[in-house]
Design a protein around this ligand. Sequence first.
Ligand code: MG
Ligand code: MG
Length: 264
Amino acid sequence: MAKGPIQFKTEEELELMRSSGKLLAQAHGEVASLVKEGVTPRQLDQRAEEFIRDNGALASFKGYKVGSSVFPYSLCLSLNDVVVHGFATDVPLKSGDIISVDCGVYYNGFHTDSAYTHAVGEVAPEVAELLRETKASLYLGIEQAVSGNRVGDISYAIQNHVSRKGYGVVRELVGHGVGRSLHEKPDVPNFGKRGSGPMLQTGMVLAIEPMINLGKKDVMQDKDGWTIRTRDRKPSAHFEHTVVVRKDKAEILTSFEHIEKAVQ
Ligand code: MG
Ligand code: MG
């Protein structure tokens, strides 16, 4: 969990974050164009690392430390029942898989953070629906990211949407502020009460990231110290945008347009 006060960004800082978000959106497009049967997660990771480096930026996750553990890859690649923080394996993707690509970019002094879960080939209809509804919940959360609302309004909007489908909302992992540090205050849970939590104000930058399970909410960690998967081994979806809280409508810094062009 992030420490310290909420970091409000000036318009000049937001301009720098906008360039970081643009680069991240492009990196996601590069990766998305490779996602298909037979490709390995390691190949996706290598492409992202190359693209980010060639553009004069750093991958935020590579070398990220929690205690004495160091994350070894540029992307978090989370397959099927893996919720988040999966490793880039050499096991080729197969039709019916889903893979969450979570990427962070450090550019111009600022991090941006975004995730998208891809379907590989033909996935089961209930899994395709999980992806659609998790993405929809992200945008419902973003609609609430306006000044005068509270963090709980975002949380409630996400939870309310996905609970109707009977999905499990992960409790142990949450969205967060983002800026000069990858994880800043406030925490942005995907569950909660309307009107609760810190007040949202213009200049706050949030990574909103529903992590939603087809089955129950419970998760466990693998022995590698990173990989988080569902306890019931059912699939999990993850979508994330970095957004600026504004007066009437949040500004999304990490568009999915490059991804959606690539996977058409
Ligand atoms: Mg992320
Ligand atoms: Mg994040």
